[in-house]
Design a protein around this ligand. Structure first.
Ligand code: PLP
Length: 386
């Protein structure tokens, strides 16, 4: 408490984030430049956001072009860039989820997906997976594992919630029932430790939702937009949800998120069912379009797949005993607490993340990361005692 009071007086920022012991001032590709002069290789990507890395010329060009043309406009005025970006995103996804509602953050996209599910089904319950993370707002926090005990804050959740084990398809019949409006799942859990839920479980979720008339929501805020080496994890697993949320890498640092809807759901929408001021702004849409364009034209999905395989084959050294996850959402299993390995890596100018699993070090690098960069990571890991 005393330390908090001292910190609160030393800064005008709300003291809610534990911070790493390095101040960054500049970014370039996959490199961070710190105030103390260090150059740090970034395997964390601003928490999965910097998919194209820092200062990508196409991203900068879109930002400049659109800000000169028109930085903002309300959804009440039609704009070509908004339509164009939605067409680009749905074509990239190729999941038959052909309608987009633009928003600004991951939690907001999940909040709206859940709201639609309750509105359309008239039911009372949502089901989520254990170890899930879906965001900090009332509905997104309600379906986040452990939030109620740790930080939720609201006196009650806005609907009933049941959590099911992430690896037990046999448990689904008893939990997903005729009261269930929606099941929300990260196909590859991020905060939960780069944990791939896997095709059999995702298929079982799809089948159970269809059997009871519940809607299936894929939260691809962290694992989507190319991070898994395919447009979305849904493409990799061959399982299609009714709604899918995307954010983070979609803007590469500009706040933009999207809720993709099936035809059946889109057909039910009426004016005023959903709304937002900033979602669908021309800057956000121009950036999302440029990000997808860059992923496609620079064949970054193939790079993610190739370099991901290289990480799997070369980084089981030092304290790392195994690798889980998909593409560039990887969890290195550590024999020592991951926090200790993270600190030792930072001492060697490599930034990696941790997760809710104390023995998983999380890697979320930019899609432009190459094998030479990975060699630096494996060299650094090899010098850390197991
Ligand atoms: C899977 C997932 N869903 C939702 C969110 C929340 O996104 P935001 O912080 O943009 O609200 C996150 C953030 O880490 C996430 O990883």
């Amino acid at each position: 408490m005393a330390a908090n009071i001292a910190a609160a007086h030393a800064s005008h920022l709300a003291q809610v984030f534990a911070q790493y012991p390095v101040e960054v001032v500049h970014g370039e590709g996959v490199w961070l430049h710190a105030r103390d002069g260090r150059k740090i290789l970034d395997f964390y990507g601003g928490h999965a956001v910097a998919g194209l890395g820092y200062g990508h010329p196409r991203w900068l060009a879109a930002l400049e072009r659109q800000s000169r043309q028109m930085a903002f406009q309300t959804n009440a005025l039609p704009m070509l860039i908004r339509e164009r970006a939605a067409a680009k995103l749905t074509k990239f996804a190729a999941l038959g989820l052909d309608t987009v509602f633009w928003l600004s953050s991951g939690a907001e996209a999940n909040e709206n997906a859940l709201k639609l599910a309750f509105k359309l089904t008239g039911r009372s319950k949502a089901v989520a997976l254990q170890q899930s993370f879906h965001g900090r707002t009332a509905a997104a926090g309600a379906v986040t594992w452990g939030a109620l005990k740790k930080w939720y804050g609201f006196p009650r959740t806005p609907f009933d919630v049941a959590f099911t084990p992430r690896d037990d398809a046999a448990a689904l019949d008893g939990i997903i029932d005729a009261d269930t409006a929606a099941v929300i799942v990260e196909p590859v859990q991020g905060v939960g430790g780069a944990y791939p839920v896997g095709k059999p479980m995702l298929q079982a979720l799809r089948q159970r939702c269809d059997a009871v008339g519940a809607l299936l929501i894929f939260d691809e805020v962290q694992c989507g937009v190319g991070r898994c080496g395919t447009p979305f994890a849904a493409n990799f697993y061959g399982v299609t949800p009714d709604m899918l949320t995307a954010a983070k890498a979609l803007g590469n640092g500009f706040p933009v998120s999207a809720l993709l809807l099936s035809r059946r759901i889109a057909a039910e929408l009426k004016y005023d069912d959903l709304g937002t001021t900033f979602g669908g702004g021309p800057m956000a849409c121009a950036i999302a379009e440029a990000v997808i364009d860059t992923i496609e034209s620079e064949t970054l999905l193939a790079n993610v797949r190739q370099v991901s395989n290289y990480i799997r084959s070369s980084c089981i050294v030092g304290p790392v005993t195994g690798v889980q996850g998909l593409g560039f959402l990887l969890g290195l299993k550590t024999s020592r607490p991951a926090k200790e390995v993270q600190a030792a890596l930072l001492d060697r100018n490599v930034l990696a993340g941790t997760s809710a699993d104390p023995n998983i070090l999380r890697l979320l690098p930019a899609y432009i990361m190459n094998e030479g960069h990975v060699d630096r990571l494996s060299d650094a890991l090899a010098k850390i005692p197991a």
